[in-house]
Design a protein around this ligand. Structure first.
Ligand SMILES: NC(=O)c1ccc[n+]([C@@H]2O[C@H](COP(=O)([O-])OP(=O)(O)OC[C@H]3O[C@@H](n4cnc5c(N)ncnc54)[C@H](OP(=O)(O)O)[C@@H]3O)[C@@H](O)[C@H]2O)c1
Length: 139
């Protein structure tokens, strides 16, 4: 299967990517920091030897979420998309600053919306699955 995973350089996203790679699936992965992302890609390729494509994007920017989606389509229609990229922001709604809330929503929520909108037309036909693990919550 073709699997798209955001925020796959580390944490939950990397663990999900490793499970799919172990089971022989093809991956398109992204995260913000290119160094961490390519290290993750190298690890997966070295250990599991499957087709792993990686390209870094700041997904908090709408145009980048769309670009990542279009880049993934070069490798075929995805069967599964895992929207996982996210940031965690400390602080209550009462005390937190609006900028950090906006960054959280842009990264954890809107990136998933725009990536999904880009991929959805081709995925509907295939009856593919879309998951959201990023949490748009503020503590
Ligand atoms: N851990 C928890 O207890 C928990 C609970 C509920 C929900 N979640 C959600 O699950 C997701 C993963 O959590 P985690 O604990 O594994 O997080 P993590 O270790 O901090 O990893 C976050 C991932 O998202 C990427 N990312 C952050 N900002 C980005 C941006 N602007 N553009 C592209 N990629 C970006 C990071 O890339 P870089 O490496 O480049 O920074 C990294 O790959 C998050 O969305 C979080 O909200 C986590």
């Amino acid at each position: 299967m073709n699997v798209v995973i955001t925020g796959a350089s580390r944490g939950i996203g990397f663990a999900i990517a490793e499970e799919f790679a172990k089971n022989g699936h093809h991956l398109c992965i992204t995260s913000h920091n290119p160094v961490k992302l390519y290290k993750a890609m190298e690890f997966l390729q070295t250990h599991y030897g499957h087709e792993i494509h990686a390209k870094a994007f700041d997904l908090s920017v709408k145009e980048n979420a769309v670009k990542f989606g279009n880049w993934c389509l070069n490798y075929g229609t995805p069967d599964i998309v895992i929207n996982n990229a996210g940031v965690f922001k400390e602080g209550s709604i009462a005390e937190g600053n609006e900028g950090s809330m906006e960054e959280l929503m842009n990264t954890n929520f809107y990136s998933a919306l725009y990536l999904t909108k880009t991929l959805l037309p081709s995925m509907i036909e295939k009856r593919a699955d879309i998951f959201l693990t990023s949490a748009p919550s503020h503590h």
